[in-house]
Write a protein that binds this ligand. Sequence first.
Ligand code: HEM
Length: 202
Amino acid sequence: MLHRLKRNWHYLVVHAIGLGALLVLGYFYLSGSLVNPIRYFVLRSGTLGLIFLVASLACTPARRLFNWPGAVQIRRALGLYGFLFVTIHFAVYLFWENSLYWELIWRDLGERKAMPIGIAAFVLLIPLAATSTRGWQRRLGKRWRTLHRLVYLALPLSVWHYFWLDRDFKTWPWIFAVIVTLLLVLRLPLVRSAYKNRASVK
Ligand code: HEM
């Protein structure tokens, strides 16, 4: 039992954080204690979605840099939590903030340019979430890897969405932009082979 716990601790940590965050959101929803619940849910779900998606992107370089195979084992769970939170984010926007009032939504998409960018990022994530199972991975073979490269587009778009929000301070969008850029640079074949060689020298 203890042995299994030791071997699978990384799964436990991811699910504890993911489910914990969902519980906190659920608690605040039910408690009725929020002054502006719609704003609270839009902002928190957007931030959580972005954090989980970035963490999922960090898994492959983390495996190589720290020589830790466990990192890739939690990549899918992190990505799916990310997708779940951005789905909540989009649903709150559509159903709660705008009551599916299409005229209003259409006008908002025209006025706030960050919104269509967010939708583009979200749409790109749908096929990734839909084909995240082992069955789909097997069925698609090599095409699965190609398809999952869409995340390299979805994450910069997510950061762009964050950047274009009407904010006085852009510190957090900048922090995410630097992290995502670094993670994408680590994927470049030239850079990848450089740190792969360093790891094998150690
Ligand atoms: C991958 C997709 C997306 C990600 C990662 C994402 C992420 C974020 C983040 C990080 C924030 C800022 C949170 C904060 O300041 O605490 C945000 C705000 C927001 N997002 Fe998204 N978002 C996505 C898609 C969408 C979509 C599809 C919509 C709806 C069209 C949307 C609507 C909003 C709105 C209304 C806000 C608040 C804007 C404001 O403060 O004025 N997002 N999002």
